[in-house]
Design a binder for this molecule. Structure first.
Ligand code: PEP
Ligand code: MG
Length: 624
């Protein structure tokens, strides 16, 4: 049925809210007389789904616009005045928390927001819209803010032009205060299987989807490696991200067909389109079911060279899914998702219990716990990190951890205690210099001593490894191979930082390719480093779950890949069909190419005919 996740196998996990029958959710309401509209986006998570859309997300997109009556004018003006006070109070509380925290970061920008909220120009414009144009408070605020943003846009000074983001932020705070959108109500309650459409989804919103009958996700922003896509793949929900104009083209209750293979969204699809999608969906489900039958076999190339395939997880519950898909343990547990949507970080005991549960689920296989990678596009409220111009280049991951040793030590102690229950490794994200690694190693030593002093159990040795995802770490990989016990290439960020392309940028997504020869050369540098100082080396970025890329990585010398659990059977099959010597030959050719397109062409020429059924959903022409 459409609505089942493409990679889902024998039906052990169902799309929330779907019955498992062959009925396509929502097809009965398809108006055949309406012309279909096809919108292009980026495939965020494989699979096909059909259903009614439900619009949610940024308040600025979803509040009610209403012309008010004369007697409502004063009421709307006072609603606005109260909203200003409420929004200012909210920001002041943030300022207080930041100032009383050990990090004591700069709060000037937040103070400026408080002032902007009370700005007379804004108040006058809003009041004018309410009293003269008879707009309700939300509408009046939205128009006033838009006018202000337009004025900033026209300025010559690039610094001032950038300030329009601050004005928009202030407008969003006001709208949230007016609509109550600042109370944690991320998702509407869904009464039937639906497709969620939003400008963007926070990690908390996406996590909340598990509890609702969501059959697919569409967002206006995002790329294949942004957090929404990563989580949709983990939840096995089809997703198309980066559909630029989705909110202006799709409304709540519109019938929508989501194609997470091609990255397409069709509004009001014709019966023929639905039938074609249904046919492809069935074909893919049959393929996945077949592949899962071999899930217990060791992954190896056609000539028997073993490759270890492990799973990336975001939630403890996924550990079972990893085992079920035949993964040899957890290669990356993104522990930052434990910090999502809560006022204070999870305490040591809570973390210990969760890590222990994951370890016990997958034992005797290994579990690699990554210390929290918060910041960048994974901003969560636990830490009041002041807004930065470039959050991806700011206080993120290990940098944030080292600025909050109290919180970091809490996590390290929980990990140390969990090591008593199985094969546990600790991995550090976003390391850019050896000093940072050495500082983390020192803190891990402190955590171990503290656990020992309490008489609590732990493993005799806990391997400490680094993610290689900042170009400086790739270039210095020999030093990291000398000092760290294992290395893991985070290609999502390596691409972002090496090519200087924000991984959430929709407009530059076409350039952010892991096939870029510069990325392949960085990977080669890291492979050479671990030949000099032998250390386990894996790839845990999204690249590992692409069949052609996986073959290429093996050709470059990688023998361990970590990916979303659902991709494991497919990648196992892809590797089984290619001999190591062929993979090496293509990898050598790839390293000499000029562009990502050339690399993809070389790979497709060598392997697409052999892997056509694994690639067919993404490239339907491969099957013709
Ligand atoms: C990566 O950057 O490739 C990675 C695996 O980490 P994340 O996607 O969580 O940043
Ligand atoms: Mg990363």
């Amino acid at each position: 049925m459409i609505g089942a996740k493409g990679r889902r196998g024998s039906g052990t996990t169902q799309i929330p809210g779907t019955s498992g029958t062959t009925q396509i959710p929502g097809t009965s309401s398809v108006p055949t007389s309406v012309r279909p509209v096809v919108l292009k986006g980026i495939p965020g998570s494989h699979g096909l789904a059909m259903g009614p859309a439900v619009v949610m997300g940024a308040v600025s997109h979803s509040f009610v616009r209403r012309t008010i009556k004369h007697h409502e004018v004063d009421l709307e003006v006072s609603r606005f005045t109260e909203a200003v006070a409420h929004a200012q109070e909210g920001i002041r509380q943030v300022v207080e928390r930041v100032q009383s925290s050990p990090a004591r970061t700069e709060t000037a920008i937040l103070d400026a927001y408080v002032q902007m909220l009370g700005d007379e120009l804004v108040a006058e414009a809003v009041e004018r819209n309410i009293r003269i144009n008879r707009q309700n408070a939300e509408w009046a605020v939205s128009n006033a803010i838009q006018e202000l943003c337009d004025k900033f846009e026209d300025l010559e000074d690039p610094y001032l032009v950038e300030r329009r983001h601050d004005v928009a932020f202030v407008g969003e705070r006001l709208l949230r205060a007016l609509t109550g959108g600042d109370k944690n109500t991320p998702l509407p309650r869904l009464t039937r299987p639906s497709i969620i459409l939003a400008h963007d989804l926070s990690p908390a919103d996406t996590a909340a989807l598990v509890k609702e009958p969501v059959v697919a996700i569409i967002t206006e922003v995002g790329t294949r490696t942004s957090h929404t896509s990563i989580m949709a793949r983990a939840l096995e929900i089809p997703a198309v991200v980066g559909v630029i104009d989705a909110l202006s083209r799709i409304g709540t209750n519109d019938s929508v067909l989501v194609d997470g293979f091609r990255g397409e969204v069709t509004v009001s699809p014709t019966p023929a389109m639905i039938a074609e999608a249904e046919e492809r969906s069935q074909r893919h489900i049959a393929l996945v079911r077949n592949l899962r039958e071999d899930r217990a076999k060791q992954a190896a190339t056609a000539d028997g060279v073993p490759v270890h395939l492990r799973a990336n997880i975001e939630f403890p519950a996924e550990a079972l899914l990893a085992v079920d898909h035949g993964a040899e343990g957890i290669g990356l547990y993104r522990t930052e998702f434990l910090y999502v949507d809560r006022a204070s970080p999870p305490d040591e005991d809570e973390q210990y219990e969760l890590y222990r549960a994951v370890i016990e689920t997958v034992q005797p296989r290994p579990v690699t716990l990554r210390t929290f990678d918060i910041g960048g596009d994974k901003f969560v409220s636990t830490f009041q990190v002041p807004p930065e111009m470039n959050p991806a280049l700011g206080l993120r991951a290990v940098r944030l951890a080292l600025s909050r040793p109290d919180v970091f030590l809490n996590q390290l102690r929980a990990m140390v205690r969990a090591s008593a229950h199985g094969d546990l490794r600790i991995m550090i994200p976003m390391i850019a210099s050896l000093r940072e690694f050495q500082e983390v190693r020192r803190l891990l030593g402190t955590a171990i001593r503290e656990v020992d002093a309490r008489g609590q159990k732990r493993a005799a040795h806990i391997p400490l490894g680094v993610m290689i995802e900042v170009p400086s770490a790739a270039v210095m990989a020999d030093l990291f191979a000398r000092e760290a016990e294992f290395l893991s290439l985070g290609t999502n960020d390596l691409v972002q930082y090496a090519l200087a392309i924000d991984r959430t940028s929709r407009s530059l997504a076409y350039l952010a390719s892991p096939f870029d020869p510069s990325i392949l050369r960085l990977i080669q540098t890291v492979v050479s480093a671990v030949q000099k100082y032998p250390r386990p080396l894996s790839v845990c970025g999204a690249m590992a779950s692409d069949p052609l890329a996986a073959v290429l990585l093996v050709g470059l010398g990688i023998r361990e890949l970590s990916m979303e659990a659902a991709a494991v059977p497919e990648i196992k099959e892809a590797l089984r069909r290619v001999a190591l010597s062929e993979a090496i030959a293509v990898a050598q050719e790839a390293l000499t190419q000029e562009s990502a397109e050339d690399v993809e062409r070389a790979l497709a020429a060598a392997f697409a005919p052999r892997l056509f059924d694994l690639l067919a959903d993404a490239f339907p022409e491969a099957q013709e």
